[in-house]
Design a protein. Structure first.
Length: 94
């Protein structure tokens, strides 16, 4: 099983804080982890989600982040479809 990233539970809980400054700092930390260690980040989120001893709010946000990460390719496809198939509108110009 993947080793959780240090303090991930606290960062996930802080990402839901009503205090905007705390929430923004946590969101920046999550974005940094996602950009710098994407595989470890996703593995740690999965471990967080599956950790029955973890706080429910941390598990919920971990699950939401994972769902959004896994759904991202379909979001790109939706944009392409909405824009007429991705580049098709540019083919006739020139």
């Amino acid at each position: 099983m993947a080793q959780p990233l240090p303090e991930l539970t606290n960062v996930l809980v802080s990402a839901q804080s009503p205090d905007a400054a705390v929430r923004q700092q946590a969101e920046q930390a999550l974005e940094h982890l996602r950009a710098s260690q994407p595989a470890a980040y996703l593995a740690a989120l999965a471990a967080e989600l599956g950790g029955e001893q973890k706080p429910a709010e941390a598990r919920q946000i971990a699950g939401l982040i994972l769902k959004n990460a896994l759904d991202a390719p379909s979001a790109v496809q939706k944009v392409k479809k909405r824009n007429g198939g991705g580049g098709r509108r540019w083919r006739g110009r020139g």
